[in-house]
Design a binder for this molecule. Structure first.
Ligand code: GLV
Ligand code: MN
Ligand code: MN
Length: 396
C-alpha cells in the first residue's frame, strides 16, 4: 500500500496557508472564515478520496467509507492556537485521509465502516471552551454559551441541535499527532504509542487590590493587585520546578485593570494550567499553588478568588488499540516506544464512548504551538504508514 510523501507535504502546506497569521503561523479559530475555508478544503479531499462526507450539528466534518457494524475512525482537529504551527491537528487529518484513500485504492471496501473526521475545535483559542467537537460527539455539551451560539448561526449551524452530533456507533478512534515535546527527538526514536494523556486543571485567579493614583500614593500604602499577582506567578513557577518532571504549571493569560499607565492596578485576573500524569500528584501540585497564592494575598492585604474552569483526569489509552498500534509499527519495521502525552487531545474525551489510541511522531526541537513547529518528512511518512496499517488491521 503506497503512501505518497509528497502528497502529504503538499496537503499540509495547503492547509497551513489557510488562516496565515500576519504575526507568523496560522490561526484558524472555531467558526472563523479561515476555519470554514479549511473545512471546505478537507471536504474536497475527502470527496476526491471516494468518501461520503457530512457535517454534523457543531460543524465536525466526517468522511465515510461504508461497512458493517461500528465505525473505525481516524482524524484530528482543524482549529489552531493563535500563531499556531503547521502540524498540530492538521497532521492527523491529512495523514488520516491520505491513509484511508490509499487503503480504499489498495484494498477496496472495508468490512467495518471507516471514517475520517476533521474535529471542529480542540484548542480553546476563541471561546471559553475547548474539546468542543469531541464533547459534541460524546453528547456531553449541556448548554451553548450565547457567544458560541451566535458564531454557530453565522456558519449556518443551529445551536439548539448540538445534541444531534452525538455518536454511539464508534468502535475505535485512532489519531496520529506530533509529540509537541522533545522526548522522541532526544532519544532518537521515530515513533511513540501513547499510553495515557495527562490530567489537567485550569484555574482562574482574581486578585483584588485597590486602584489608586500612581503619582500620589506612597509605595507603603498601596494594595497593588499586579505586584501581588507577579509574586504569585513566580511562586507557581518555583513550585512546579521544585516538584520536578513531569509536573508543569503555566500562567498563560494575565489581565490587569484598569490597564492604565498612571493607575495602581486594582484588579488582576490570570489563569494557571496545571498538569501531571498522576492524578494525586496533580492535585498536590494544585494544592500547593492554592495555598502559597493565598499566603501571598494575605501578606499583601489583597483579596483572592480562585475558580476552577476545568478539571480533567489523566486518561489511559485502550489496551486493545495500543496492541494494534504496536503490531502495526512492527509490521512497518519500527520499534515504537510508549509514552505519556503532556498535551491534551480529543482522544481523552472520546475515550468515554469508544476505544482510543494515539501515535506520536517527533517534533523538531520539541517545538509546538508556535510557527517553528516541524517534523521531518520521513517521520510524517512513517507515522502515516503505521496509521494506515493500524486502520487496515482494524477495519479490513
Ligand atoms: C492542547 O493542545 C493542550 O494540550 O492544551
Ligand atoms: Mn492537537
Ligand atoms: Mn494544540
Amino acid at each position: 500500500m503506497g503512501i505518497d510523501p509528497t502528497l502529504l507535504e503538499q496537503r499540509l502546506d495547503e492547509l497551513y496557508t489557510i488562516g496565515a497569521d500576519p504575526g507568523g503561523g496560522a490561526y484558524r479559530p472555531l467558526y472563523s472564515s479561515a476555519w470554514a475555508t479549511a473545512i471546505e478544503r478537507v471536504e474536497r479531499w475527502l470527496t476526491e478520496a471516494g468518501l461520503e462526507t457530512h457535517r454534523d450539528a457543531v460543524g465536525n466534518l466526517w468522511g465515510r467509507a461504508a461497512g458493517n457494524g461500528k465505525s473505525i475512525v481516524t482524524g484530528s482537529h482543524i482549529d489552531t492556537v493563535r500563531h499556531g504551527g503547521r502540524l498540530d491537528g492538521a497532521l492527523g487529518i491529512v495523514a488520516g485521509l491520505t491513509a484511508v484513500e490509499a487503503l480504499l485504492k489498495a484494498k477496496g471496501t472495508p468490512k467495518r465502516p471507516l471514517e475520517v473526521v476533521a474535529i471542529c475545535e480542540e484548542e480553546g483559542s476563541r471561546f471559553r471552551t475547548n474539546f468542543w467537537g469531541s464533547r459534541a460527539i460524546t453528547g456531553s455539551i449541556d448548554s451553548v454559551d450565547p457567544e458560541i451560539a451566535a458564531a454557530m448561526r453565522e456558519r449556518g449551524l443551529d445551536p439548539t441541535k448540538v445534541a444531534n452530533a452525538a455518536r454511539e456507533d464508534i468502535d475505535t478512534f485512532v489519531e496520529l499527532h506530533i509529540e509537541q515535546g522533545a522526548v522522541l527527538e532526544s532519544s532518537g526514536t521515530p515513533l511513540a504509542i501513547v499510553s495515557a494523556i495527562v490530567g489537567t486543571a485550569h484555574l482562574e485567579l482574581t486578585v483584588t487590590g485597590r486602584a489608586d493614583h500612581a503619582g500620589t500614593t506612597p509605595m507603603e500604602s498601596r494594595r497593588d493587585a499586579l505586584t501581588g499577582a507577579a509574586a504569585m506567578i513566580q511562586a507557581v513557577e518555583s513550585i512546579a520546578r521544585s516538584l520536578g518532571k513531569p509536573a508543569v504549571a503555566t500562567v498563560g493569560k494575565v489581565r490587569a485593570e484598569p490597564d492604565q499607565i498612571n493607575v495602581v492596578p486594582g484588579r488582576v485576573i490570570f489563569t494557571i494550567d496545571v498538569r501531571h500524569s498522576d492524578l494525586g500528584a496533580r492535585r498536590a501540585l494544585e494544592e500547593r499553588i492554592r495555598s502559597l497564592c493565598a499566603t501571598i494575598a494575605s501578606e499583601r492585604g489583597l483579596g483572592l478568588d480562585i475558580r476552577m474552569l476545568q478539571e480533567r483526569p489523566p486518561v489511559p489509552m485502550h489496551s486493545d488499540v495500543r496492541a494494534v498500534l504496536t503490531r502495526a509499527a512492527k509490521d512497518c519495521g519500527v520499534q515504537a516506544v510508549e509514552m505519556v502525552s503532556g498535551a491534551g487531545h480529543d482522544a481523552q474525551i472520546l475515550a468515554a464512548r469508544c476505544k482510543v489510541g494515539m501515535l506520536f511522531v517527533p517534533s523538531i526541537g520539541g517545538r509546538s504551538h508556535c510557527p517553528e513547529e516541524a517534523t521531518k518528512r520521513e517521520h510524517v511518512e512513517l507515522g502515516t504508514k503505521v496509521l494506515a496499517k493500524a486502520l487496515e488491521l482494524l477495519a479490513y
